[in-house]
Design a protein around this ligand. Structure first.
Ligand code: SF4
Ligand code: SF4
Length: 637
């Protein structure tokens, strides 16, 4: 997802350093980090987090902040750790699955601690909308024993990330900041301080007893962390975003965190007849605050996304303190176990909890005001019923003119009638799984296609194993898998789908593109040279849009022993300006092979005739090479 021209929507406040800006949540997080004096910002692209680094890079005209797309999340975490040891304030950004990659460094860093404030933004993706899992970063923070901040809106994210830096330095620990998609991608006006400068960096003071992680130090620090965390919990009990409203004698309470708090607030407004408790810092749990807020409460509904984190924490707290309140949530069937929360869904959960779904009850009017959609539910509907027209269903598909389509088609054609497995990976090219291509048999996580192909090879050495990986993923986590294949004498054909960008997350640069986030032109790292240096038996580079050449490369590799690679090199169709397009001439015999075999969204039928959409066709010419009668021609756009 790229950034729209947000810099134009900015109103300077006369006579001050402040301006009002209309920004996306990720931009608010970036601006908050800049306001906190961040010195180093690094990350790896991943929806929904990518715009944070892009915004800092865009604002960094004087290059006072070091900004980088690191090759993966672990590298980003380690760059930040080093800079933090020298006292720099550091921001590390990623999506939640990136936290798995960074966890090796983060787990140890949690033990060693930091000097300059170090905030890790791990953007969670309930739904999931563009991820393989629905993991919850709050649990990861608990596992690492580090504090976590859970913003509920865009304006608040700007404020809260500054607090996160303060707490990180106060307790000398990395801190996790956990927005979710609906905060990352929402828009709001925020007041931004423009006169901010990066922090003065004190410099690295060598101290092996602190910065070298030996078992003895780990043992000591583990104990220190376990003793320190309750103190942070007490500190969080005073934290401004942990709030409670409602009368003291209420018997029912709603506890919420993250964007679910904002949804619940829409329904509950400023009501006094129910306690409404917001937990903005789920770890370490602000126990004193919660014990105080829950005094006299008999029943609690927990509203949260992803894991039943707060629900389980409250159950634990009730057990520990011998309290008798009942906790309702995901475990009791009062909230959905998976998927994204919505304002309507949360309103329904709360209305049911408060017994407000019966006719003529006093809050019926409020329920109706939440949105027209709730009316369907009042009539007995089980699911969300909406009066807003639904957007047409649009299954994800490779763009018209996407070179990946041509690469997959070439391999498919060359392997017709032969036994082959196709291991895929993370990127636009995962969409090669769709019909009619059907060229992705496995997809697990970043870089896994290359190593999984090796596992499949060990089970059937007669089968040809292909591993498809994008150029950015190759740098992020593909190279080690290739080294493993060469070292352990596997047989596979690596297909690097090199479109010279990180397309799926918004076209970020990577080491193969020759540009970095400081705006510098740098040496391009050649994938071909890396593969040759690793000792592959064959490394071929072809243009996938030349079907015969691409097929010949596949056939050559099939007949060569060892680990082979084909680099299918052609730019992403979304970043080129096409000068030509394809058209269907009178020679067309309506065989529909072009539709049946390549699945290009620009080709369809109208009144029984095959047509190519002039607006979306890029003139890639793949269809012309597929047509048996030469009916597809090129014309200038
Ligand atoms: S954005 Fe680029 S790489 Fe992704 S599907 Fe479209 S053309 Fe292909
Ligand atoms: S493959 Fe050629 S002949 Fe067949 S429908 Fe397409 S354009 Fe017409």
């Amino acid at each position: 997802m790229g950034i729209v021209g947000w810099e134009n929507i900015k109103i300077k406040k006369e006579g001050t350093h402040m301006s009002k800006e209309y920004v996306m949540g990720n931009q608010a997080i970036a601006l908050g980090a800049i306001a906190a004096g961040v010195n180093v910002a690094c990350g790896y692209p991943g929806t929904p987090s990518s715009e944070i680094i892009e915004t800092i890079a865009k604002k960094n005209k004087d290059k006072a902040i070091h900004v980088e797309w690191s090759i993966n999340e672990k590298a980003a975490m380690e760059v930040a750790a080093g800079a933090s040891y020298a006292g720099a304030r550091c921001l590390v950004t990623m999506k939640m699955m990136g936290l798995n990659v960074a966890s090796d460094a983060l787990m140890s860093l949690a033990y060693v601690g930091v000097e300059g404030g170090l905030v890790v933004v791990s953007a969670d993706d309930p739904g999931p909308i563009s991820s393989q899992t629905e993991q919850d970063s709050r649990l990861f923070a608990k596992y690492c024993r580090i504090p976590v901040f859970d913003p509920a809106g865009v304006e608040e994210a700007y404020e809260m990330i500054r607090d996160a830096f303060e707490y990180s330095e106060k307790y000398k620990t990395p801190v996790l900041f956990r927005p979710t998609t609906r905060i990352d991608h929402a828009y709001a006006s925020i007041v931004v301080d423009e006169e901010v400068k990066p922090k003065e960096i004190p410099g690295f003071e060598k101290n092996a007893n602190r910065f070298v992680i030996f078992p003895r130090l780990s043992r000591m620090n583990h104990e220190m962390i376990e003793k320190r965390n309750p103190a942070i919990g007490d500190d969080f009990s005073e934290y401004r975003f942990n709030t409670v409203t409602g009368n003291k004698d209420c018997k029912k309470a709603v506890v919420a965190g993250g964007v679910s708090y904002a949804y619940a607030k829409e329904y509950l407004q400023d009501r006094e007849d129910v306690k409404f408790i917001r937990v903005a810092t789920p770890h370490p749990l602000p126990e004193k605050f919660l014990l105080n807020a829950l005094e006299g409460v008999e029943e609690v509904l927990v509203v949260e996304e992803l894991f039943p984190y707060l629900e389980e924490e409250l159950l634990k707290l009730a057990g520990k303190e011998h309290l008798s309140f009942k906790v309702l949530g995901k475990h009791t069937g009062n909230s959905p176990l998976a998927g994204e929360n919505t304002a309507d869904g949360v309103a329904r959960e709360i209305a049911l909890f408060l017994g407000e779904f019966k006719a003529d009850e006093k809050h019926r009017e409020e329920i109706e005001n939440v949105s027209n959609k709730i009316k369907g539910l009042l009539n007995g509907g089980q699911n969300e019923i909406t009066t807003v027209p639904q957007a047409p269903a649009r299954p994800p598909v490779l763009c018209a003119g996407c070179p990946h389509r041509a690469s997959f088609y070439a391999v498919k054609e060359a392997m017709k009638g032969k036994k082959a497995n196709f291991s895929g990976d993370i990127g636009c090219y995962t969409l090669g799984n769709a019909m009619p291509l059907d060229m992705v048999d496995t997809c697990l996580c970043m870089g896994a296609g290359i190593t999984m192909a090796q596992g499949l090879y060990r089970t059937d050495e007669e089968c040809v194993n292909f591993a498809f990986v994008g150029d950015s993923t190759f740098f992020a986590s593909g190279m080690t898998g290739v080294a493993n294949a060469v070292y352990n004498e596997a047989e596979l054909i690596l297909c690097v789908l090199d479109n010279s960008t990180t397309a799926m997350t918004g076209h970020q640069p990577h080491p193969g593109t020759g540009i970095n986030m400081m705006g510098d032109v740098v040496n391009k790292i050649s994938i071909e040279a890396i593969l040759k240096a690793m000792g592959l038996t064959e490394v071929l580079t072809v243009n996938p849009l030349n079907l015969e050449e691409a097929k010949a490369a596949v056939e050559k590799c099939v007949n060569t022993k060892g680990v082979k690679a084909i680099i299918f090199k052609s730019p992403c169709a979304a970043i080129i300006k096409p000068t030509e397009r394809n058209v269907i001439s009178d020679k067309c015999i309506s065989c529909k092979k072009c539709i049946r075999e390549i699945g290009c969204p620009a080709i369809s039928t109208e009144d029984g005739k095959v047509v190519i959409d002039a607006a979306t066709c890029t003139g890639c010419n793949l269809c012309a090479q597929v047509c048996p009668v030469g009916a597809i021609e090129k014309e200038v756009r």
